[in-house]
Design a binder for this molecule. Structure first.
Ligand code: PLP
Length: 433
């Protein structure tokens, strides 16, 4: 049996190139991170060979003695990492990723065409929270359920809870979804709980982006107010790619969430769990309970604040004026440029971030903003000092974009590439393959 070098040099070469790209770029995509070598080892292990449809102790295949042990350990660690009482909360660690986890919740507690309300995608929400355009139901969530988004107050960049309350009173959703992909502030869970209770809706939080911050208690705790909490496992939590669904054990609105959600995951929407991922997740959740993890998440938030305050110093407009978490959203429209061009120019200098729509945008393809996140480079050892410098780099890229008006050439660009080529940053070698 050969290793990858001999068995498939083509794939090995591609992995090497990707590793090099990850190593040398400034990775600022808010949903990405560098997971640990230990997680990678578990994900690349023999756990991938095993079928284990069902739950620990209730499997449809033999030979699951150790898989049962692993999944039970992973569940226990998941509850401990989020400070949950095992008598009150349960968790399913089998969702293959964040979008399937969300759809599993919807099918567990709703009937087809029941009504849901999530944050609109152009205002920071996620596709899987029910995105649709006036012309098209884009996400499966909006095809199979009736979706009415809530939005931000464009003057403050904060969720417009008054409007959410008014709309919910008329629309009467069965589910209200908190959580976002591009929202730099905490959600007001007590307010959302009140609104959900007033209309008889479930309240779910999709904490995908901030689950690491929640585990480290550096942002507000959604578990105090929500019935269900979903998450991906590969963003700020720094685990393998996957998903989890946490649910209250006591029935909510007459629904036994535990059996409804477990059945929705399997056999409703999935088959065999990805045991290698569950292994990697268990490793990540052990680490998530350590003092180093808490220190890391504190640094993620401090770094993001340093980045935000330097950007403000440089004259940038940030959606909501700043950040309480791991990301900032820069509104570039006052400068007369868009996020797509800035993303492209920065990419040429190995600064990786993404264009993002900002409240009031007309186009999702050429949106007016960029989203910048701190988790990945904090894993690589960056502190406030480097994040302040990152703001300066981005500023240089923006100036080039303004000068070039989209023309990606010229001596200014060459100067810029030279400028960012030798930052002298203390990068730690955290890119494992
Ligand atoms: N939920 C939120 C808030 C997200 O930001 C994302 C992904 O970015 C997802 C869910 C979906 O996760 P996945 O890409 O794993 O399906």
């Amino acid at each position: 049996d050969h290793g990858l070098n001999e068995a498939d040099p083509d794939v090995r070469a591609i992995i090497n190139k990707e590793k090099e790209r990850q190593f040398k770029s400034l990775e600022l995509i808010a949903s990405e991170n560098f997971t640990s070598r230990a997680v990678m080892e578990a994900v690349g292990s023999c756990l991938t060979n095993k079928y284990s449809e069902g739950l620990p102790g209730k499997r449809y295949y033999g030979g699951n003695e150790y898989i049962d042990e692993l999944e039970t350990l992973c569940q226990k660690r998941a509850l401990a990492a989020f400070h949950l009482d095992e008598n009150k909360w349960g968790v399913n660690v089998q969702p293959l990723s964040g979008s399937p986890a969300n759809f599993e919740v919807y099918t567990a507690i709703l009937n087809p065409h029941d009504r849901i309300m999530g944050l609109d995608l152009p205002h920071g929400g996620h596709l899987s929270h029910g995105f649709m355009t006036p012309k098209r139901r884009v996400s499966g969530t909006s095809i199979y359920f009736e979706s009415m988004p809530y939005r931000l107050d464009e003057s403050t960049g904060l969720v417009d809870y008054d409007m959410l309350e008014k709309t919910a009173t008329l629309f009467r959703p069965k589910l209200i979804i908190a959580g976002a992909s591009a929202y730099p502030r905490d959600f007001d869970y007590p307010r959302m709980r009140k609104i959900a209770d007033a209309v008889g809706a479930f309240l779910m939080m999709d904490m995908a982006h901030i689950s690491g911050l929640v585990a480290a208690s550096v942002v507000a705790d959604p578990f105090e107010y929500c019935d269900i909490v979903t998450t991906t496992t590969h963003k700020s939590l720094r685990g393998p790619r996957g998903g989890m669904i946490f649910f209250k054990k006591d029935p909510v609105l007459g629904v036994d969430l535990e059996s409804a959600i477990n059945n929705a995951v399997f056999p409703g929407l999935q088959g065999g769990p990805h045991n290698h991922t569950i292994g990697g997740l268990a490793v990540c959740l052990k680490h998530a309970q350590s003092p180093e993890f808490k220190a890391y998440q504190n640094q993620v938030v401090s770094n993001c604040r340093a980045l935000a305050s330097r950007l403000v110093e440089l004259g940038y407009t940030l959606v909501s004026g700043g950040s309480d978490n791991h990301l900032v959203l820069v509104d570039l429209r006052p400068l007369g440029i868009d996020g797509a061009r800035v993303e492209k120019i920065l990419d040429m200098a190995s600064i990786t971030l993404n264009k993002n729509s900002v409240p009031g945008d007309k186009s999702a393809l050429v949106p007016g903003g960029i989203r910048i996140g701190s988790p990945a480079m904090t894993t690589r050892g960056f502190t406030e000092r480097e994040f302040t410098a990152i703001a300066d780099f981005i500023h240089e890229g923006v100036k080039i974009t303004i000068d070039a008006k989209g023309l990606v050439s010229g001596s200014k660009l060459q100067e810029f590439l030279k400028f960012v080529a030798s930052p002298g940053f203390p990068l730690t070698d955290k890119v494992s393959d």
